[in-house]
Design a protein around this ligand. Structure first.
Ligand SMILES: [Zn+2]
Length: 236
């Protein structure tokens, strides 16, 4: 099967609504380096419980990703990061950058918690993309793409990661406490994440980022996250 068809018809979209795993948010927020490590580890424990069922139902094998929490710089086969979190397929590891999350937390604890939580859920979703073959198909598609085509593929991948991340957050919103003011802060984060000048257009507009994120949070269903079959306008 060609990789475009593979991604547009993947069984992950047919795995149904994600069940809650009744995850609770860590009591202590990411106020310093060691607290950030504990905070991210707690979310990862939740994600490790939530995703195996969905991944298995899609026909793929679940493999828990690694987690490295860093500040300053980090040495990986995918580069050193540029002040932001990333997932590296080569090591199947999430590299969470903590200083920016700690800084948000000190300005507004609830916002800092929501940014840290959403970022972890997004990076973990990249790990799911590579467990299920969606990521490998993306890599193949990029070989033959023009520069503009490669950016569009990147946006499909990134918007899908935010979408799948928010399937998890929606499924666990009550136990995890994404309600009231925390919900408002989550909403602000997802509605304001995405490409801004002068950055390259590789993550999608803030409008599209908000749309995919909100839909997934409501549906709690990976069926909402097929970014590979929609028109270019929806992944602009
Ligand atoms: Zn990403």
């Amino acid at each position: 099967m060609n990789p475009a068809t593979f991604n547009a018809t993947h069984r992950l979209y047919k795995t149904g609504v994600m069940r809650t795993v009744n995850c609770k948010q860590a009591k202590t927020g990411p106020g310093n380096g060691s607290q950030a490590l504990a905070y991210f580890k707690a979310i990862k424990t939740c994600l490790d419980r939530a995703w195996p069922k969905q991944v298995a139902a899609s026909g793929a094998r679940f493999r828990s990703p690694g987690l490295v929490v860093w500040g300053g710089s980090v040495n990986t086969p995918c580069g050193g990061g540029v002040g932001r979190a990333f997932y590296c397929p080569t090591t199947h590891t999430i590299y969470m950058e903590s200083p920016s999350i700690i800084s948000f937390y000190r300005q507004n604890p609830t916002f800092g918690r929501m940014v840290g939580t959403f970022t972890m859920a997004h990076e973990y979703a990249h790990a799911v993309q590579w467990m299920t073959g969606l990521g490998q198909a993306y890599t193949k598609l990029r070989y033959d793409a023009s520069a503009a085509g490669a950016l569009q593929l990147s946006r499909r991948l990134e918007l899908q990661a935010s979408c799948l991340g928010n399937v998890f957050l929606g499924a666990n919103r009550t136990s995890y406490g994404i309600t009231g003011y925390a919900y408002q802060m989550w909403l602000y984060d997802v509605n304001n994440s995405g490409d801004r000048p002068p950055y390259p257009r590789d993550h999608g507009s803030t409008t599209n980022h908000g749309a995919w994120s909100r839909a997934a949070f409501q549906s709690r269903n990976p069926a909402s996250c097929n970014t590979w079959s929609v028109s270019p306008a929806r992944v602009s």
